[in-house]
Design a protein around this ligand. Sequence first.
Ligand SMILES: Nc1ncnc2c1ncn2[C@@H]1O[C@H](COP(=O)(O)OP(=O)(O)OP(=O)(O)O)[C@@H](O)[C@H]1O
Length: 282
Amino acid sequence: MTQRYLSIEQVDMTFHTKGGSSNVLKGIDLSVARGEYISIIGHSGCGKSTLLNIIAGLTESTSGAVILDGKEVNAPGPDRSVVFQNHSLLPWLTVYENVALAVNKTCARTKSKAERHAWILKNLEMVGMGHALDKRPAEISGGMKQRVGIARALAMEPKVLLLDEPFGALDALTRAHLQEEVMRIQDELGNTVIMITHDVDEAVLLSDRIVMLTNGPSARIGEVLDIDLPRPRNRITLADDPAYNHYRQEVLRFLYEKQRKVEQLAERRDKAPTAEASKARA
Ligand SMILES: Nc1ncnc2c1ncn2[C@@H]1O[C@H](COP(=O)(O)OP(=O)(O)OP(=O)(O)O)[C@@H](O)[C@H]1O
């Protein structure tokens, strides 16, 4: 594997709003190998989506750089496709047309009309949506919409697939099915993937490495955990696997420790006498 297929170098992010400035990310450094599956996990509001948006080129970082396959990227491009938690299909287009829109945009020069048609079908079949080509988003379930979103992202043949809590809004069974699909597709295509998740089991099941962000403000990478479990992975077998459970515990320990620190700070703040109270006592 080529190390540094994607590298995030010393990325800082500060948002300036009317209410003041907030430092969200500080000194994020991460190298991702080609074909690697990375999950980013961290407490709510720590800056995971901000980081993903910076990689996608949707948000410009305050400083630092994102280098993909030797080139700096700082605007959206077809080399990075994003799947969001809440599907972003165009409601007036059919399933087929939603994927076709992306394919016609990115492959117009490289594929003939017939090739593009076959490619759209192949990608929709890969996610099990070949039977619903003419349906509109309102006529299919949430899980099916996510499948179409994944097909659309894959059909663009991105260098990096960015998944922002792609299964977050789904029921447990649909979520499990889609995780299996993504693992199978990943085995077949060897995509480079960066996925945000809140789900520790999902992170361990799918990832080669889990990147754990500290709590904000100024979140940084707290720990990176290598998930050295053979593939293909089976969730039922892994449930009794000591290595799998060890990885789970490691992520949970990190998250609980960070949470505990936040609670301790809040306790200290609540106990500390306020300036007014001190003045009143004086
Ligand atoms: N465009 C923006 N302008 C100002 N502040 C922003 C903007 N985008 C995000 N933030 C702030 O940055 C912080 C991190 O937000 P972000 O959505 O990246 O967190 P997250 O870890 O993805 O959260 P969650 O897990 O809840 O989705 C939050 O405090 C948020 O309010």
